[in-house]
Design a protein around this ligand. Structure first.
Ligand code: SAH
Length: 353
């Protein structure tokens, strides 16, 4: 059995080294290499050759293979398809914002939530990712950015924000997600502020509660997509287990517990959730709550039979929500020319399950 040491905390790596008769301070050196994107022990030059050889016997540093890269000609958004050691593949998207570089990571290969509009769930769940596999998506892209930066002679760019909004349901993989957040925010790890990390869930209520207790600084986004049980269950099977009222109550508790606003994602889908009645239901649900609605013009996924309501309707929805006192924005359609919607590249390449 090989141990992926990228999934370990510095304390755990210290213990592992001690068990091999090595001094604990080597852990810090190895961390510096790993978080710079070095995955081959042979390249960790300040380690003695004997230790490098010993580590290679039963340890690895997760190193995804870049199977595909797409760059948007419109806005520079990049999408990567990363191959994992067992042949599965996941997508990661890099976006440039005014405030810096943001990466959208996958938490599972595939998904078992079955949302009707989503490409990631079409073939079901292959498996959950380890913390190291989630982290490696960020580290690999940081390494690519650093290489480009030094080639151009400028200051290398670095990822400053992470959204866990790629393929998979993060709360269906809670332990590894939690470990990932610990490593991403540890100072000897990626050293990011927890406030610059966002986790998006389809609404698994007990996990929303746990997450708020354990990670109150991390931003929470909830995929709502409809305001009545009838309509939400038709789009999102998870609603049959955790209906709208429970999701909203969990969101309200979260906002009061953390003092932070919850984001609701709402993908506007022609005839399914975009009528005046839908707007009224949504307004009634969210009035007075510490929240924000992120309206997304649906990205069309072949075979779903669902169509976008269009950007104009999204803008109308935003204006009407704002009028009702509910903060709302229309998500920029970054990477619309490169299959940047969840799971589309993976599906097209036929990777995974
Ligand atoms: N499982 C998590 C995170 C992954 S999905 C969740 O459900 O939140 C990230 C976001 O993209 C969710 O809001 C999801 O509903 C949305 N999404 C998925 N497919 C989409 C599509 N075809 N068009 C627009 N948004 C989509």
């Amino acid at each position: 059995m090989m141990t992926d040491i990228l999934s370990l905390s510095i304390k755990e790596l210290e213990e592992l080294l001690k068990s091999k008769g090595e001094p604990a301070y080597r852990a810090r050196q190895i961390f510096q290499w790993m978080y710079r994107g070095v995955t081959d022990f042979a390249d960790m030059k300040n380690l003695p050759a004997a230790l490098r050889a010993k580590l290679a016997e039963d340890c690895v540093v997760c190193s995804p293979e870049i199977l595909a890269e797409q760059v948007s000609a419109k806005d520079g958004t990049r999408k990567y398809l990363f191959g994992l050691s067992d042949g599965n593949a996941v997508e990661t998207v890099l976006m440039r914002y005014r405030y810096g570089w943001s990466v959208c990571v996958s938490s599972q290969a595939g998904c078992r939530m079955g949302c009707r509009f989503c490409a990631s769930t079409v073939k079901g769940l292959a498996r959950s990712l380890t913390a190291g596999e989630i982290l490696a998506q960020v580290i690999t892209i940081n390494r690519l950015l650093a290489e480009e930066g030094s080639a151009e002679g400028g200051e290398p760019a670095r990822i400053s924000h992470i959204v866990v909004m790629g393929t998979g349901e993060p709360f269906d993989n809670y332990e590894n997600l939690a470990r990932f957040i610990e490593l991403a925010s540890a100072k000897e790890g990626l050293g990011l502020s927890r406030r610059s990390i966002t986790v998006s869930t389809c609404g698994i209520v007990p996990m929303i509660e746990r997450f708020g207790d354990e990670y109150p600084q991390v931003n929470l986004a909830i995929s709502l997509h409809a305001a009545t049980d009838e309509k939400r269950s038709a789009l999102m099977p998870v609603n049959r287990k955790y209906p709208v009222a429970e999701v909203i109550e969990a969101a309200k508790n979260h906002a009061s517990k953390t003092g932070r606003r919850v984001t609701f994602e709402y993908a506007l889908t022609a005839g399914k959730n975009d009528t005046e009645a839908d707007l009224k239901a949504l307004t009634g649900l969210l009035k007075g709550m510490l929240c924000h609605v992120n309206l997304i013009p649906l990205n069309k996924v072949d075979g779903t039979g669902l169509e976008t309501s269009g950007r104009k309707r999204a803008e109308e929805f935003r204006d009407l929500l704002e009028k009702a006192g509910i903060p709302a924005t229309v998500r920029r359609e970054l990477g619309s020319d490169i299959d940047a919607a969840c799971g589309q590249l993976r599906l097209r390449k036929g990777e995974g399950v």
